[in-house]
Design a binder for this molecule. Sequence first.
Ligand code: 21W
Length: 245
Amino acid sequence: MIFDVLTLFPGMFDSPLRESILGRAIVQQLLQVRTHNLRDWAEGKHLSTDDAPYGGGDGMVMKPEPIARAVAELKEKTPDAKVLLMTPQGVPFKQHHAKKLANELGLIFLCGRYEGFDERVRETLVDAEFSIGDFVLTGGELPAMVMIDAISRHLPGVLGSSDSAEIDSFSDGLLEYPQYTRPAVFNGMAVPKILLSGDHGKVAAWRREQQLLRTLQRRPELLERAQLSDSDRKVLDRLRNDKEK
Ligand code: 21W
């Protein structure tokens, strides 16, 4: 997969993507992240990429022409690439988007600064618009990195077999169970006895119940879409009743 990123701050992408799992995946040529400075497609004495908004108001708006020229050039190399606009008004990025986008050959991320993009960028150049959540950032660079990270985990070979993307939290729509490692007692707090019992069946049942409990307590809205077995539903009914008492 080739990720092309158009940004005014290409340096922001250097270390986050080159560390750890993604760094290894890049070395192994499982994916490529190419950052491009939008200013390279700017014109005029000041190489402006932004301008004042028509109609007045504070702040600046990203000019459409440098973006159009840049996208046209990048698409010459990867004609099938999807163009993704990072914007607070985009659809909230979810795990199912990450999984689906991992099937593309190329993705071009447009990262904005200032108050946003000239609306005409959206209309012609963009395949989809994404937000990463309801909070205000200073630009689209961190959202692009978040998406690249989440998408890359689904590319063949990027994750080791022990942490498969399929067994993750959200793959069945539930939060994960609590985890423990040594020591068996830490600051007076013991690891749940069942985890030391060696009874794999009981451990699995306990973990599933903990997943259901956590999701019920912290993210009850996820239960509406979670993949639940008959036995899960029985456990959930019991947990809900326990709560009432
Ligand atoms: C923040 C851009 C605030 C614009 C009209 C007139 C990309 C982002 C961003 C940013 C505004 C994402 C306005 C979650 C984010 C991003 C920078 C507000 C005010 N509109 N996901 N004036 N959060 N943020 N513009 O901030 O570019 S994806």
